[in-house]
Design a protein. Sequence first.
Lengths: 275, 251
Amino acid sequence: MNSMTTRAERKQKIVLQSIAFIILGVAFIFLWHELKNARATSGQPASEAILLSALSPLFNNLYIVLSMSLLAILFGIAFAFYLEEWLPATNWIRRLIESLIAILTGIPSIAYGILAILIFFSYADTLKEAIEAFPLPENIGTIPSQIETTVFYAEVLTFILMVMPLTIKTTQEALRSVATPIREAAYVLGANQWQVLTRQVVPIAFTRILAGGCRAMSRAFAMAALLIGIYTWHYTTELRGMSGRFILFLTVALFLSIFSSTLIWVHGSNSAQHS
Amino acid sequence: MENKIEISGLQVRYGDKTALNRISFDVHKNEILGIIGPAQSGKTTFLKVINRTLEFIPEATVEGTVKLDGVDIDTIDDVYELRRRIGMVLPLPVGLPLSIYDNVAFAPRTAGLRTKSELDEIVERCLQQAALWDEVKDRLDTLGTKLSGGQQQRLTIARALSHQPEILCLDEFSIAIDPVTTMRIEEVLKTLQTEMTILLVTNLVQQAKRLATRTAFFLNGDLIEIDTTDIIFSDNPGSQATYDYVNGTFG
Ligand SMILES: Nc1ncnc2c1ncn2[C@@H]1O[C@H](COP(=O)(O)OP(=O)(O)O)[C@@H](O)[C@H]1O
Ligand SMILES: [Mg+2]
């Protein structure tokens, strides 16, 4: 695909990436500052036991966040269909969204990871206070929902910002890979748009759409792993229980990524055989 | 002579580039009309006007009228119905990601036909007509894309026939297939002529000479001339350009 891009497209890509890196650089300086403050104020790890217990809502959240990511991926796929198949290429909404997506997907995922960590750290104090307000460990499950909700929404937003544009982009590329002549083959037989989509386009593009979804999910898992890893690294010395999860998440991320690449590879050799 | 298609003042532009320049002619019922001309002369564009697939190209604009059996095709509400009346064979065989059987049954199914026995009958008849039946009758459930290039092109012909079109359009159908297969398909076309009107766009002038009742010569979006194949291929057709193109001394 890359070799098919025109000079103008390559130029555009370079520009977008430089913009992304500038934004990233600024964000990083900002985040670094925030992180330092966050650590300074929470410098005294008063009670490790409490902080360890404080992790449990985070993990509960993470599972929700991951299922939200899955939803975001499904929604992203649907949205890509809408953009690519129903809106004309010149439609301004489509152009606006596509340039937004280009910017968001141009940002390396580590930046999202840092963003997520920042969000978490900046709420860590509040979280700690909340926990300290309820000294009994069994009350931890009932952390004031207001605080949990803020962190939760922030996390969900980060995950969605990360996986959705990626999914939309890969799905759009998959749909675009079903070139006009292939669609025309069905149209000339009197099929309507829906029939062309369900019987011609989706079967052909399915593998690539699936691969794109897996890649996005893999990113979400990798970021979740990062979040766990960094959190536990800072706040506990008892890593055993936690690192298990860290490795689990990382393994899942790796597996999804490999699976996605395999799909593309198999798909590529299949279609080479067919044509 | 009954007219199947009447084209008058047909002009097609892509943006400000004119692809067809006010052409007018009639296509007779049950003739094979050969359409010849160098690349970029608007032949494919013409076929796209007929089945209204030109509508997929946003920058394309059409003026003039095309009448099918006396009805302006622009006034036909159900464009899918119009397309089912026209069989279209494109230059390169494009497989639907389906079995051989399902490829041929695709159009009847989209039109709402569900009865297995009727579908079986259509599949067999069309594969017979496309001279493919004997080669594939034992493996109808294998993927159509697994066939060889020539077989795939015959599969697209079978597909184009599956909805019993009144008009069969072929756009440089032999571009990707070997001469032997081409000859077999040409035989098929001759027999099909009794049932339908055939528009044969071809880059091989000899193919038009072998098959066509009449031949039209397109050049840069203009219809230079249309006449019986005998006259077009004679020593003095209506235009010098025709003579040069047909005899390969063009340009
Ligand atoms: N999708 C398109 N967009 C813009 N111009 C086109 C498109 N398709 C064809 N054309 C132009 O229209 C003219 C006629 O093309 P075409 O109908 O494909 O000719 P032919 O089939 O005789 O080779 C050419 O100049 C070509 O560049
Ligand atoms: Mg052409």
